[in-house]
Design a protein around this ligand. Structure first.
Ligand code: GLA
Ligand code: ZN
Length: 720
């Protein structure tokens, strides 16, 4: 046991001053290189489980390690909730049990990713420093006993977090079993309403706006006479979402950005402690939650070596789109491959549990991850626990600890994955299609929906899912990223649109790109003020339209009833489709009308348009169409305009995706349904899982997968 020294304590920097508008630069900055740190010391790929040795008798440890080794696992993520087990009382720190486990793990060649344990503060800490617990909107403090219950502005929480992280870093820096670190666990944008958070919010605003005059302008405080004369007058917005939220939307958007920054600064601070204490080859990552909406993930990823992701897909045959989208977003955060840190291992739930993955389903989930850029895979969790809130979040092993069907399926995948490793090494997803994904637009649309049920992520899904069904790779990028190299860019519901981003999109079209925009795009500026412009604002030249008027289809201000419209498309897209929720009344200014509304009073307006500007084309969709067939037909046109052809056109429920390096192309074919399917594929090519050669068609069982080897040139030829 060693007592933490005073010197360590004085190294603590008042966290308050670390809050910054943008993440600070660091030697481990973002890079486009592939993730060398994701390769195990002995080669191959990381495959393993999340494991909690502290929840089991020590006599069981060796049995577990042996079973893991027999399955072909080589890594375990552990210790991310164990703070009190190292520091049972304030300042008395002892890593004895973890040292013993790591020593035993060495015998079975199992490496460790250590979690820093700050997601659950010890009970003694909550008692001694009650202000470390977050305050709810109603002014009461969270009752300790769950997890992630801290205030991110509390100096004691920071001081003690820094101390345990530093102690862990110093203790394990030279332990060769430890290959990397996971900072905290699933940071999620805690919304603490205490006075310290309020003061930090005011300081954050002062740093951002400089003067009160600028803040008053940026928030439009002349409305309802909200003008501020002193920084300490500014309240925390009392509400954030919903129809009858009364707070100023600009204030609410900044509050959301501020709480996101609290999390980012917390992670960055831990990353810098680990960089100092562990300057060797141990990597630093964090387990992200895919489509989670609370934090600007692009910025959270910045100081990490690579992104790790926790994915618990819906166990519904054929509904695979969110895992694909989540994976593409995870890859897009740093434009590099990622690690699966947690994924479904069995029936899951905290109270009610879900379906059990059917035979083959766990394996095909893994292949979907590989197909979208995963370079390593861990299952959550090893064994179903017999104690605590997660007793029903089942592991590969059941409560009985017996290696059964799920264990054997994971072992089968682990062995296949190691065999595929040489072919996968150095490959990444190349795409000619990008979707802009923007946290400001997501948040602004939550703060003010505009039309009933407006959801930024649903807007993305409408197009993403259709692109996925068409069989093309998609990159997720952020507004402002370089778009050269993309032939097709989709910017659905880009609600908050900075002038320079709009201008870049116009230039992109003029230079030959194909752009798709849709309703509610460009409505707001960066501080969430409505632009004093005719929509679609600066995008007008690229889209060749003006939107004179618009409406939601709701009947009254508090009515849930909506009128339904239809659109009629002739020519490029054929058919009549139901239109719901929202309608732009579009006047073409040079654009061709692709679809009109079916309603008589709409005769002169367009619903869907296509415009030529310079060498490129700008599409606009002014409503929400309630039929996926429309989006499939639309995407077919977009791909045609961009001269992109999918290498395989998959049948429904089957997904294709490719990875490549400069020589080799790998085509993943994944049957997400529980029925056998036949897929047309390039013939005469090696199929790597069965070591056979493809014919013109490929038969896949329910949840079956294939990995077909092509040359990179063959893949590229299809995307020209
Ligand atoms: C998350 C967490 C895990 C565990 C699982 C299951 O992904 O990171 O610690 O709680 O959910 O609930
Ligand atoms: Zn707080």
């Amino acid at each position: 046991m060693h007592k933490v020294s005073g010197a360590v304590r004085t190294k603590y920097i008042g966290w308050l001053f670390l809050i910054s508008i943008s993440a600070s630069a660091c030697c481990h900055a973002e890079s486009n290189s592939s993730s060398a740190l994701l390769t195990p010391p002995g080669g191959g790929v990381y495959v393993g489980v999340d494991y909690y040795p502290e929840q089991w008798p020590e006599e069981r440890w060796e049995t577990d390690l042996k079973l893991m080794h027999d399955a072909g696992f080589n890594v375990v993520r552990l210790a991310e909730f164990s703070w009190v087990l190292y520091e049972p009382t304030d300042g008395q720190i002892d890593f004895g049990w973890l040292d013993r486990w790591l020593e035993l793990a060495k015998k079975y060649d199992i490496r460790a990713i250590l979690g820093t344990p700050t997601a659950i503060m010890p009970a003694w800490m909550a008692k001694k420093y009650p202000e470390a617990l977050a305050m709810k909107l109603d002014g009461t403090r969270i009752v300790w006993g769950g997890r992630r219950d801290n205030c991110f502005s509390d100096p004691d929480y920071h001081r003690l977090s820094d101390r345990i992280v530093r102690a862990m870093g110093e203790h394990f820096a030279n332990n060769s079993q430890v290959v990397g670190w996971q900072i905290d666990n699933e940071l999620g944008g805690t919304d603490c309403r205490c006075d310290k958070c309020k003061t930090n919010f005011q300081k954050w605003l002062e740093k951002k706006y400089g003067t009160l005059a600028e803040l008053n302008r940026a928030w439009g405080t002349r409305f309802w006479a909200q003008t501020y004369d002193s920084w300490d007058e500014i309240p925390m917005p009392a509400d954030r979402v919903g129809d009858w939220a009364i707070s100023n939307p600009s204030a609410s958007l900044d509050w959301q950005r501020f709480t996101s920054d609290l999390n980012i600064d917390f992670l960055d601070n831990q990353a810098s402690i680990l960089r100092q204490t562990c300057p060797g080859s141990q990597f630093i990552t964090h387990n992200f939650m895919g489509l989670h909406r609370g934090i600007n993930y692009y910025r959270l990823a910045k100081q990490l070596d690579f992104v790790a992701w926790d994915d618990y897909p819906k166990l519904s045959p054929g509904e695979h789109f969110d895992s694909a989208l989540g994976a593409d977003l995870m890859r897009g955060l740093k434009k590099q491959n990622f690690l699966i840190m947690e994924q479904t291992a069995g029936p899951l739930g905290w109270s009610v549990f879900s379906r059990n993955p059917q035979p083959g389903e766990l394996r095909k989930i893994c292949y979907q991850h590989l197909a979208h850029g995963a370079d390593g895979e861990l299952w959550f969790r090893w064994r179903s626990c017999t104690v605590g809130r997660e007793e029903y979040w089942h592991g590969l092993l059941g409560h009985d600890g017996i290696a059964g069907r799920r264990y054997h399926e994971a072992a089968k995948f682990a062995q296949e994955f190691q065999r595929l490793a040489p072919a996968l090494r150095g490959t990444s997803i190349q795409s000619k299609v990008a979707i802009l994904y923007d946290y400001d637009s997501l948040w602004a649309l939550e703060i003010q929906n505009g039309y009933p049920g407006a959801s930024y992520q649903d807007a993305i899904r409408r197009y993403y899912n259709a692109l996925n069904r068409a069989g093309v790779n998609v990159d997720i990028v952020k507004p402002g990223d370089d778009l050269t190299g993309y032939k097709l860019v989709l910017a659905p519901h880009l609600h908050v649109l900075a002038d320079d981003v709009a201008q870049a999109l116009v230039d992109y079209v003029r230079a030959g790109g194909v752009l798709l925009a849709d309703c509610r795009t460009g409505v707001k500026d960066e501080t969430d003020l409505a632009y004093a412009r005719t929509l679609p604002g600066l995008l007008s030249p690229a889209l060749g339209i003006e939107i004179d008027e618009y409406e939601s289809l709701r009947l009254g201000i508090s009515d849930s009833e909506e009128v339904k419209y239809s659109i009629q498309a002739n020519g490029r897209i054929d058919g009549s489709f139901p239109a719901i929720h929202y309608a732009d009344w579009i006047t073409p200014k040079g654009a061709e009308i692709v679809a009109r509304y079916g309603q008589p009073h709409f005769k002169q307006y367009a619903a869907v348009t296509r415009n030529q500007l310079g060498k490129g084309i700008g599409w606009y969709v002014g409503t929400i169409v309630d039929e996926s067939d429309f989006y499939d037909k639309l995407v077919a046109q977009l791909l045609k305009d961009a001269s992109i052809r999918a290498i395989v056109s998959p049948p429904r429920g089957v997904e294709v995706s490719t990875r490549q390096d400069s020589d080799v192309g790998l085509l993943f074919v994944i049957n997400h349904t529980d029925q056998a399917v036949t897929v047309n594929v390039p013939s005469g090519k090696p199929e790597l899982l069965t070591s056979t050669t493809t014919g013109e068609t490929l038969e896949l069982d329910g949840f079956g997968v294939a990995v077909i080897k092509l040359s990179a040139a063959e893949l590229n030829a299809n995307q020209q």
